[in-house]
Design a protein around this ligand. Sequence first.
Ligand SMILES: Nc1ncnc2c1ncn2[C@@H]1O[C@H](COP(=O)(O)OP(=O)(O)OP(=O)(O)O)[C@@H](O)[C@H]1O
Length: 336
Amino acid sequence: MRAAGRLGSGAALWLLLAAQAVAAIEPISVGIAIGAASVITGYLSYRDLYCRFAECCRKQRPLNATALKLDLKEKLFGQHLAAEVILKALTGFRSNDNPKKPLTLSLHGWAGTGKNFVSQIVAENLHAKGLKSNFVHLFVSTLHFPHEQHIKLYQDQLQTWIRGNVSACASSVFIFDEMDKLHPGLIDAIKPFLDYYEQVDGVSYRKAIFIFLSNAGGDLITKTALEFWRAGRRREDIQLKDLEHALSVGVFNNKHSGLWRSGLIYKRLIDYFIPFLPLEYTHVKMCVRAEMKARGSAIDEDVVTRVAEEMTFYPKGEKIYSDRGCKTVQSRLDFQ
Ligand SMILES: Nc1ncnc2c1ncn2[C@@H]1O[C@H](COP(=O)(O)OP(=O)(O)OP(=O)(O)O)[C@@H](O)[C@H]1O
């Protein structure tokens, strides 16, 4: 939808040069002048101009894979599997102009290992406003679906909400936190949207992204990490194949996973089960340093050590993994 037809290129150039000349004299006029010239010449449509001020869902906004890779490398600690799989899954999905189904990721791990944190990074790389974007939607089980007796109502609301939002923006992102606290069966309401249909009631869901976050499977992930540690093998040697299948089966058979006997698993509609490994003492220290940096403070290694040593580590004998990951680092830092 163009605001005006294009003028001849000579006239267009003249108008832009005139706008620049005005800008040199009076900088405040620059936006208005260039904006007006652009609209008149057809270089910018009303929509382009509008999108400079308001958030727009740009269908073809490319994913900057380099920026995402850098974010994951620099900000996410101790999660080599998650970083690798998320980068691959997102770049593959977004570089495909014609995906056959929406991308569905299921993130698993104990508290404070970075599942919400990574969702935030992903959201920011997909939509400039990140979690605050109108096209990124966060559902929290205990907040949005608290009562077991209202499952049917929640299912209807969820379908309506997702349908409405994908109609408005095909590349919408939906994040479901606390999946392990979701009533069994509820999530199956969105199964038709995750399937390989070209359209459902006139809406295509194929460009949307669904991310599930869950503590379910955390024990299984810890067990594998511990086996590697006890065998003297490097944490970085743990591969997705060491965990992914066991994770999907474990979650499918776990009544408290939100995906118990779920058609999403049965029909293989979840593209990746992504394990978040339990965090070690060194990772906790990295989190403390990152938090200090974010607060603009100088890194004080004594404080870093003090905060890390205040955390509780398990299993009882070896004390390798922080039982809350990096979750209480921020509040502990306040007390130093
Ligand atoms: N692997 C990590 N790398 C860097 N920072 C992390 C990591 N894990 C956690 N953090 C820090 O700890 C905070 C809390 O972590 P986060 O909310 O992502 O945990 P979670 O895995 O979603 O936990 P829960 O299962 O309880 O929701 C994050 O905001 C981040 O600052």
